[in-house]
Design a binder for this molecule. Structure first.
Ligand SMILES: Cc1cc2nc3c(=O)[nH]c(=O)nc-3n(C[C@H](O)[C@H](O)[C@H](O)COP(=O)(O)OP(=O)(O)OC[C@H]3O[C@@H](n4cnc5c(N)ncnc54)[C@H](O)[C@@H]3O)c2cc1C
Length: 339
C-alpha cells in the first residue's frame, strides 16, 4: 500500500503532538513500492529528506519543505533457529513493543527490558534504543535498507552499524540517506536476565517467578508510573542524553555535589543523570504556556496541549544553558530537532 500527499499535516505523526506541514509525504508498505516511487517521481531529488517512524523522537520546529518517507513495512518472520537462538527478520514498520510482546510470549529473551518503548523497529535500529540496563545493539544481527545516494539495497552487519550509546552510523554518515526496511534480531531461547538496574529484580520477584513475562510486566509498570503517556500528554521521552564525562571531572563534581547520581561508563569515563542535573537547576515541573518540564521526570519535556515546536525548543535551550552555567557541562539532545 502506498500513501502519497502534498502539504500534509504531521500532527498525528509526532508524539509531541505539535503541528507542522510537510511539502511531500510518501508512505509505503513494501520495499518494491519505494523503488517504483523513486524511479517515477522527482519530488525527492535535490530536496531535504526525512525518514519517519512513529515520530516519538522528533520535534518539528518549522514546516518541512522537503519529502518525508515513511517505510511502514509490516511482518515478523523466523529466518533461522538452532538449539539456543532464534533469528527474526522484522519489517521496519512493526511497532517496537509488538515485537517485544511477541518475543516474550514465545519465551525468547534479549529485549524484554525494552518493553513499552514507543516507536517502530526501523528507528529502534537507528537509535540503539536502551532502557533498564539493556541496549538493542546486543540483539541486532543485521540491518537492511535502501541507500538513496547509491540507489541500491544492501545489508549492514551489526559490526558495521557503529553502535554506541544512543548512536549508530544511521544517525551520522547514513542519516536521511539509508532507509531501513528490515532488521534481523538474534534472540535467546535460554536468556540470562539483566536485573541489576534499580529495583527491577526486587519488583519482579514480588510477582512470583522471575521470567520474561514478569520482567516485562515490571518494566511496563515502572514506565507507566514514571513517564507521561504521549497519547495523554505530548512528549518524546528523554529530551537529552545522559552525559558521559571524564571520571576525573566527575570526581571533582562529586566533591561539591556528594549526592550526584553517577554510573559506570567505558573505562576512564562516568555517566551522569541528565534528569538530576536539570532538576538541580530548578526546572522540574516548570511550565510556560503549554510547554513544560514533566513534574515526575525532569528529563522529559512536555506539550500540555497547544505548545508549538519552537516553544518547546526554546525551553530546551534555556535548560541547556542553565545546566552549562551551573555544572560547566554541555547537554546533548537525544530528540531530533527538525526545521
Ligand atoms: C514516552 C517515551 C518514552 C521513551 N523511552 C525511551 C527509552 O526508554 N529508551 C530509548 O532509547 N528511547 C526512548 N524513547 C524515544 C523513542 O521512543 C525512540 O527513540 C524510538 O526508537 C523512536 O522511534 P520512532 O519510530 O518514533 O522514530 P522517529 O522519531 O520517527 O525517528 C527517529 C529517528 O530515526 C530515523 N528513522 C526512523 N525510521 C527510520 C528508518 N526506517 N530508516 C532510517 N531512519 C529512520 C528518523 O529519521 C529520526 O532520525 C521514548 C519516547 C517516548 C515518547
Amino acid at each position: 500500500m502506498i500513501r502519497s500527499y502534498t502539504d500534509y499535516s504531521l500532527r498525528k505523526h509526532n508524539t509531541f503532538g505539535t503541528n507542522a506541514i510537510t511539502r511531500y509525504y510518501f508512505e509505503f508498505t513494501e520495499a518494491e513500492d519505494l523503488k517504483g516511487y523513486l524511479e517515477t517521481t522527482n519530488e525527492w531529488r535535490n530536496r531535504e529528506i526525512l525518514i519517519l517512524g512513529e515520530g516519538s523522537n522528533l520535534l518539528f520546529i518549522n514546516d518541512f519543505q522537503g519529502l518525508i518517507i515513511n517505510p511502514n513495512i509490516p511482518g515478523i518472520k523466523i529466518t533461522y533457529e538452532d538449539r539456543n537462538n532464534i533469528w527474526l527478520e522484522v519489517g521496519a514498520g512493526v511497532k517496537w513493543d509488538d515485537l517485544v510482546e511477541y518475543s516474550v510470549f514465545n519465551c525468547w529473551g534479549g529485549i524484554e527490558n525494552l518493553s513499552l518503548i514507543p516507536g517502530k523497529v526501523g528507528a529502534a535500529a537507528v537509535q540503539n534504543i536502551g532502557a533498564y540496563g539493556m541496549e538493542i545493539q546486543n540483539q541486532i544481527e543485521s540491518v537492511t535498507g535502501f541507500d538513496l545516494e547509491t540507489q541500491t539495497e544492501y545489508t549492514l552487519e551489526a559490526s558495521e552499524c557503529l553502535y554506541a550509546y544512543r548512536d549508530s552510523i544511521f544517525k551520522n554518515q547514513m542519516k536521511d540517506r539509508f532507509i531501513i526496511t528490515s532488521v534481523v534480531f538474534k534472540l535467546d531461547k535460554f536468556p540470562e536476565f539483566i536485573l541489576n538496574y534499580g529495583d527491577l529484580k526486587a519488583e519482579t520477584e514480588k510477582l512470583g517467578a522471575v521470567n520474561l513475562r514478569n520482567i516485562r510486566k515490571t518494566v511496563i509498570s515502572f514506565r507507566e508510573s514514571k513517564l507521561p503517556d504521549p497519547k495523554v500528554m505530548g512528549n518524546a521521552g528523554s529530551f537529552f542524553k545522559n552525559p558521559i564525562i571524564e571520571t576525573s571531572v566527575a570526581e571533582q563534581l562529586i566533591t561539591v555535589y556528594s549526592n550526584m547520581p553517577h554510573y559506570p561508563a567505558p573505562e576512564g569515563y562516568t555517566k551522569l543523570a541528565a534528569g538530576w542535573l536539570i532538576e538541580q537547576c530548578g526546572w522540574k515541573g516548570f511550565r510556560r504556556g503549554d510547554a513544560g518540564v514533566h513534574d515526575k521526570q525532569a528529563l522529559v519535556l512536555v506539550n500540555y496541549g497547544n505548545a508549538t515546536g519552537k516553544e518547546i525548543f526554546n525551553l530546551s535551550e534555556e535548560i541547556k544553558k542553565s545546566v552549562h552555567d551551573k555544572f560547566g557541562m554541555e547537554l546533548e539532545r537525544e530528540v531530533n530537532v527538525i526545521g
